[in-house]
Design a protein around this ligand. Structure first.
Ligand SMILES: Cc1cc2nc3c(=O)[nH]c(=O)nc-3n(C[C@H](O)[C@H](O)[C@H](O)COP(=O)(O)OP(=O)(O)OC[C@H]3O[C@@H](n4cnc5c(N)ncnc54)[C@H](O)[C@@H]3O)c2cc1C
Length: 473
């Protein structure tokens, strides 16, 4: 088949990954066709947590987007975490790189406009790609159906799939994929006038195994989200608002819902599995969610959409003229993607099952609540600015063990019988809180606590102190 190669690159999908790739490649002199099925340039992704990890900040600054995000009210942000050992409050900027919080409603039109304004990018709105054009096994372009059934054929040296988690391009190119079931479902809702609305960090409550979030965004809107294990789905479905309110009323330091107002319906997301695909083959590459759609719990997808676009552009930017050098460049992109995200993706995919923390995670989280170096180290991993091998380096694990041992021996020295008694009362309050939003009966909750693996129990000693601190927030 022969198709005129009017473009160097055709990119399918003009959201975060597609627009970023288009900007970066056009800045290097490529002629880029950017095709988006939505007709309206203001279209945006409806289900997202809007928290962009700090790992993407250098790329966001490089394409000139940071100033536009901040001009539109987006916030510089970072995460703080609560786990049963207390708050994990890593040092803030300048020691820690910041990320951004901005609703997709605001972000998507900004980045699409930035792409359309970049010389060399032709943005084609309202065209859904439905076919991959192939010559002797090599992709050479796409066919897209426009509204009013007007179809176009676009030839290019490189086809890029930036078309999200259920990528049509990946399907048409038969890109191998692996998929892990998500054991949690999500409900999120937007609120106004909550006390966390401006300037405060985003909060994540690791309720083991459930998770809750509060993320302040542009325009004074805070997104609250609950990610709950699937066994509670029927209970939640029968009373979403009641369960949501009970959850946020029972977690320490949560924004008081009574002081704000909910401005959206509850938005549910079920079945968001973790999908990892082979990200490149000769003549074709995948970026963003099309390449790796991580389970949503850790809020990494937008950051990785920016970053993977940057890696692709850096690899292929100077290699678009020659098919052989392009294919070598695509191989480099594939290796870079695996090197940068393989460890993160492995850990995220395993935790997506809905399981409770394992011993190593328990050790690290407890240490992070007790020691500022461990908190900072955990934050670098959660921000995705260090990889899994650095995060779990023997020295880091040794420091976590030491932090726990020091804390526990101090707690054992100071714990009087009266405090121990208070500890039992505290744990009952905790238990009552927990079962009120997990939908379990108190008997079920007590049985679950009794069945806690013995190996984790030693880490719970000294918990009273942390709980009192947390409750005193
Ligand atoms: C519940 C939930 C919460 C999340 N929270 C966060 C969070 O807090 N932080 C975070 O970083 N990530 C989060 N994510 C993930 C994040 O939303 C995605 O990772 C991100 O949107 C990926 O961007 P993308 O550009 O790769 O794909 P998308 O944003 O999905 O864009 C794909 C684009 O391709 C277009 N398209 C699709 N098919 C075609 C076609 N055939 N022809 C033409 N165009 C096409 C679509 O219209 C769309 O514009 C969350 C996800 C979920 C489900």
């Amino acid at each position: 088949m022969s198709v005129p190669q009017e473009y160097d690159v055709v990119i399918v999908g003009a959201s975060i990954a597609g627009s970023t790739t288009a900007i970066l490649l056009a800045q290097r002199g490529a002629r880029v066709a950017l095709i988006e099925q939505q007709r309206d340039w203001r279209a945006y992704k409806k289900v997202c947590g809007h928290f962009i990890q700090a790992s993407a900040t250098p790329l966001i600054e490089r394409i000139g987007l940071a100033s536009r995000i901040e001009a539109a009210g987006g916030l510089r942000n970072y995460g703080e975490f609560w786990a049963e050992w207390g708050w994990i409050r890593p040092p803030a900027a300048p020691q820690r790189r910041y990320g951004h919080n901005i609703r997709r409603e605001t972000l998507d039109p900004i980045i699409r406009t930035l792409a359309a304004e970049t010389p060399g990018v032709d943005l084609m709105l309202g065209y859904a790609v439905d076919n991959l054009l192939v010559d002797r096994g090599r992709p050479i372009g796409v066919r897209a159906e426009g509204h009013h059934s007007k179809s176009v054929t676009i030839g290019a040296r490189l086809v890029v799939g930036a078309d999200g988690r259920s990528s049509r391009i990946a399907q048409l190119a038969n890109m191998p994929k692996r998929e892990w079931r998500n054991g949690r479902f999500t409900y999120l809702a937007y609120h106004r006038d909550l006390p966390t609305a401006r300037g405060a960090p985003s909060h994540m409550w690791l309720l083991n195994p459930d998770v809750a979030y509060a993320c302040p965004n542009d325009d004074g809107v805070t997104m609250l989200a609950a990610m709950v294990t699937r066994d509670k789905r029927a209970i939640w479905k029968s009373d979403i608002e009641g369960n949501f309110v009970r959850m946020f009323c029972s977690i320490p330091g949560a924004p008081p819902l009574s002081q704000g107002r909910r401005i959206s319906p509850f938005i549910g997301a079920v079945g968001m599995s973790h999908i990892a695909r082979t990200v490149a083959r000769p003549g074709l590459a995948l970026v963003g969610d099309a390449a790796l759609a991580a389970g949503p719990l850790w809020g990494v997808g937008c950051g990785w959409a920016f970053q993977s676009s940057g890696w692709l552009a850096d690899c292929v930017g100077d290699a678009l003229d020659q098919p052989s050098s392009l294919d070598n460049a695509l191989r480099r992109y594939r290796n870079r993607h695996r090197w940068e995200l393989g460890g993160h993706a492995f850990l995220i995919s395993r935790y997506a099952s809905g399981r409770r923390f394992n011993v190593l995670e328990t050790l690290i989280l407890a240490a992070a609540a007790r020691n500022s170096w461990c908190a900072g180290h955990l934050a670098k991993f959660a921000d995705r600015t260090i990889g899994a091998s650095q995060f779990l380096a023997p020295t880091a694990v040794a420091r976590a063990i030491a932090a726990n041992v020091i804390h526990l021996s101090a707690a054992m020295r100071t714990q009087s019988p009266r405090v121990a008694h208070a500890g039992r009362q505290e744990s009952e309050v905790e238990s009552a809180n927990r079962h009120c939003f997990t939908g379990q009966t108190k008997e079920q909750e007590l049985r679950r606590q009794r069945d806690q693996p013995e190996r984790c129990r030693w880490l719970r000693i000294g918990l009273t102190h942390d709980c009192v601190n947390a409750a005193g927030e």
